[in-house]
Design a protein around this ligand. Sequence first.
Ligand SMILES: Cc1ncc(COP(=O)(O)O)c(C=O)c1O
Length: 422
Amino acid sequence: MVDYRDLIYGNDQKVPTKFGLKPYLNLDNAASTPPFKDVMKLIANECLWYSSIHRGAGYKSKYLTERYEESRRAVTGFINADPNHDVVIFTKNTTDSINKVRHYLPYLPGELVVYTRLEHHSNELPWLNHQNICLELNNNTLDLEQLEKVLKRNHGNIKLLAVTGASNVTGYLPPIYILAEMAHAAGARILVDAAQLAPHRPIWVRPATDPRHLDFLVFSGHKMYAPFGAGVLVGPKWLFNQGDPSQVGGGTVKAVDSEGIYWAEPPEVEEAGSPNVLGALTIAESFKVLHKIGWNELFHHEQQLLEATLTGLKKIPGITVYNEATTQRVGVIGFNVKGIYHQTVGEALAEYGIGVRTGCFCARNYVKHLLNLSHLIYQGTNQRKLPGLVRVSFGCYNNLTDVTYFLDVLEELIKSADRLYG
Ligand SMILES: Cc1ncc(COP(=O)(O)O)c(C=O)c1O
């Protein structure tokens, strides 16, 4: 197995464990990944030129403005978007990007949005104030028959199909290009929340004339080895010329006078205030590193980690893996240990230097479905005990040694569960 550990900054960082200081094993990459070393190098180099972009007359400002715009072109290329039709807007994160899309989609009476049971709250809550339909799951995959019926019944009235590119709970990969074809055939647009997809798979936005075109694509740098506070929103240029921007301020206008306000063109009109230039540069750099490794290599590496982990978990008594059978998935696994509360498992793993996440992962509707619960309510009188799962999620730098250590520790914890938690 190829080892990508050396690409990561901070890998050897030691953390306090019950055995003293030990190297940290991060299995919480779906939350945030550590930076690539190349990304840190870029930050150090470009900080030599740090200055205000788009506004300054000096050399450094001009240089960094060009680097910022170059990053925008690079990201456009990496996601196979058509620069004549689509615009790449640098935002704060996925959540910010989705809220911007919501701002630009005014709803007429009778129009609705379709979202799915899988969604992270960032791609669910923005749509709940509108008339909406939640697409359910059938055998743990999206129910395309239900979608077909919904699209037929509401042909021409569906404003948007909002769907995750990859689940942050089980790693399940919805068939986004099939969904795009179905949405377009019914006169709807599609928004793909690629927060979990972008670090794991190549993405094709494709030309607007292609039925598989992704109308809106959103993702975050901090989940793809560029944790410097920037995100991306891709969408049709013309839309961002409609009405007022989602935020107003410096950089969003061509002119203001007593006659009125003349808004700037996209992307500037949606990048209010001083842009996060280093955040944007690092997203482009991170894509560069991922492409250099190769998506096929990343895919095979991740499949090995998944296989080894799922096989190992199966051998440990008392483990339930959720949506285990799904084959189309990225390196995210949600599970529970019989008789041990999810948060207790997470805290116990942390004592061994292993970082996982526990709870509902801002996807309460999906977790509720996986646990077969009608409500997500506190268990008993303990207000701390909200139902949930334990989640391990891989970055490209994790390896089989990490998997073995995690499985060994988990098995040991379960064996000694009576002593520890009885
Ligand atoms: C699928 C998915 N969508 C959206 C988000 C929100 O991302 P951010 O916090 O970067 O806005 C997350 C974060 O975990 C996610 O996993």
